[in-house]
Design a protein around this ligand. Structure first.
Ligand code: NAP
Length: 205
């Protein structure tokens, strides 16, 4: 088991709303963090692009844990969502995270872990959220299934409600939903990295 005091942790989407809180949290705990993002970070990589993902893993080498706080999904009324929207949601949220894991298993320590991100629409649907719900559900199913095959490596997924920090943009889309602070999501990712669970969907709240 890698030391809980100082693990090497790769954080994808490290400069986003969630990723910034997660990165600060792990650094404050004494871990060594490598940040990844499309336009910012120690490593620039679009995880929806296989070639860039392969290059990223070559430059990373070995790590103890991978945390993903990235991914994009289109929100639009059901009748306006197109085939391209669903394909985009699949490619940018589900397949991108699946490939992050698939291509990274040999780079993660045998007792290391992956932690992915989904979101509340998969279990509590919202208007305009069908594409989001569909691909978040796919990420959660992938985590449950992969967990029994990649052991002793562990894999979990954090599934938050709308962020307090994102309410300005999404409050109308998530009416009455209890918001979650980015700091609470960071703690959930800590549970994934430092704890012993695997195959879990950690729902917030
Ligand atoms: N915000 C919410 O209320 C909420 C709630 C539940 C779940 N989520 C999920 O949490 C994740 C992050 O949300 P957020 O609000 O923190 O988003 P955000 O503020 O837009 O940040 C996303 C970060 O991920 C990076 N990123 C996006 N796509 C990427 C890709 N293909 N490859 C590499 N990096 C990529 C972005 O980098 P660049 O800026 O360099 O492009 C950005 O730094 C998303 O999957 C979202 O669906 C969000």
């Amino acid at each position: 088991m890698p030391s809980v005091v100082d693990m090497e942790i790769l954080i994808v989407g490290a400069h986003g709303t969630i990723g910034t809180a997660v990165t600060e949290h792990f650094r404050a705990l004494g871990h060594s963090v490598t940040t990844v993002g499309r336009t910012r970070g120690d490593i620039r990589c679009d995880m929806a692009d296989d070639v860039q993902l392969e290059a990223m893993w070559r430059s990373v080498g070995r790590t103890d844990a991978v945390v993903c706080a990235a991914g994009e999904v289109p929100f639009a009324p059901f009748e306006k969502l197109t085939t391209a929207d669903f394909a985009d949601a699949w490619n940018r949220k589900a397949l991108a995270q699946i490939n992050l894991v698939r291509m990274g298993v040999d780079n993660v320590a045998p007792d290391g872990s992956f932690a992915l991100i989904s979101g509340i629409p998969s279990r509590d649907p919202v208007m305009t959220g069908t594409a989001a719900a569909t691909v978040n559900g796919a990420v959660e199913a992938f985590v449950r299934a992969a967990a029994i095959e990649i052991a002793p490596q562990r894999i979990n997924v954090v599934s938050p409600s709308v962020l307090t920090e994102s309410l300005h943009a999404f409050d109308a889309s998530f009416p009455g939903f209890p918001p979650v602070d980015a700091a609470d999501i960071a703690r959930a990712f800590r549970k994934c990295v430092e704890g012993g669970n695997t195959g879990k969907v950690i729902e917030l709240p």
